[in-house]
Design a protein around this ligand. Sequence first.
Ligand code: C5P
Length: 402
Amino acid sequence: MLHGRRILLIVSGGIAAYKSLDLIRRLRARGATVRCILTAGAQQFITPLSASALSGEKAYTDLFSLTDESEMGHLRLAQESDLLVVAPASADLIAKMAGGLADDLASTALLATDKPILIAPAMNFRMWGHAATQQNIATLAQRGVTRVGPNAGPLAENESGMGRMAEPLEIVDAVEKIFRTGETLKGRRALITSGPTHEPIDPVRYIANRSSGKQGHAIAEALARLGADCTLVSGPTEEADPPGVKVIHVSTARDMQAACEAALPVDIAVCAAAVADWRAEAAPGKLKKKDGATPALKLVENPDILAGLSQPGNRRPRLVVGFAAETENVIANAKAKRLRKGCDWILANDVSASTGVFGGAQNTIHLIDADGVEDWPTLGKREIGDKLAQRIAAFLIVKAAE
Ligand code: C5P
């Protein structure tokens, strides 16, 4: 399955381009989102309209289209994908890749990415057999580019031989295999808290906060993409349940704590929820206005879920990660919080109103562990989820080797 995977499909020129339309359909049927770039050559065989109709996304064609550039730079197009698939990969585009050329949108995206690349070559058998092409293929293999096909069989112009593009189903299998080999958290269990909690004041009113759940949900999804068996305990949010993640919906801090306890044991716990520190001693019936009197709320402290999970004992997760949403002295407060809560890592972020972190798409993280502070650049919340998941996987691999 390819749920939550973002694929950038680059279609170059060749009669096999018509099969790419079927490929888009099959990738989407497995749950992937697909964006397409069509080279000028590809557009001789298929249209951007058919690619965008099948992918449900805009199809990109020209590096120098000003509207494309303002909407989404070509660098972002590649970086916002998990995998680049070139199908069909023409001899010409393969040569450009090998030579590091960047003279159109497709070749520029391929040069400007550090994401994995899969190519499905398709060409005349003489072109495939040519020493230049074979050398280019060897160069790409050396650089870690994965290849599927070409296959032997009938080719265009009544010829036959090695050069047919792999069938769409074979390409989908190759795509799934690439993602499976990246599952460095396979066999690990993870618990993630996300979103706000709602603490009732009476049956109709509650205390809440501005957490959107975007970051916690993105972390759960990223851990699941690396193969972790994830339980996400989520307070009330607008966010959709992430694919491939077991989601438990809760409302109050105490419900959240109970759901977390029930999910143990786990290897990894990431507490990203903005749990209300206090709950009101809730009134059994709706509070009424009485002769101008203002009711006083009596607040009671909520359980600290992160501190509870961090307590030493045989049920303690191997790695416990907390968040510190601060508005001043971010690092100093977060360091103190790590020690107070007993967790292994704290991800500190500045949530002053001016940063737009609460509910926004981006975040600037400082990872604090026993060794010190690691400053991350400002990234999208999904990219932060991926970076944290990679960091967790690397940590557990090192620990396992010790
Ligand atoms: O103390 P503070 O709320 O600033 O701590 C933030 C961290 O503690 C977050 O990781 C949050 O998920 C967690 N937390 C918790 N239970 C609480 C309060 C905070 O798990 N009651």
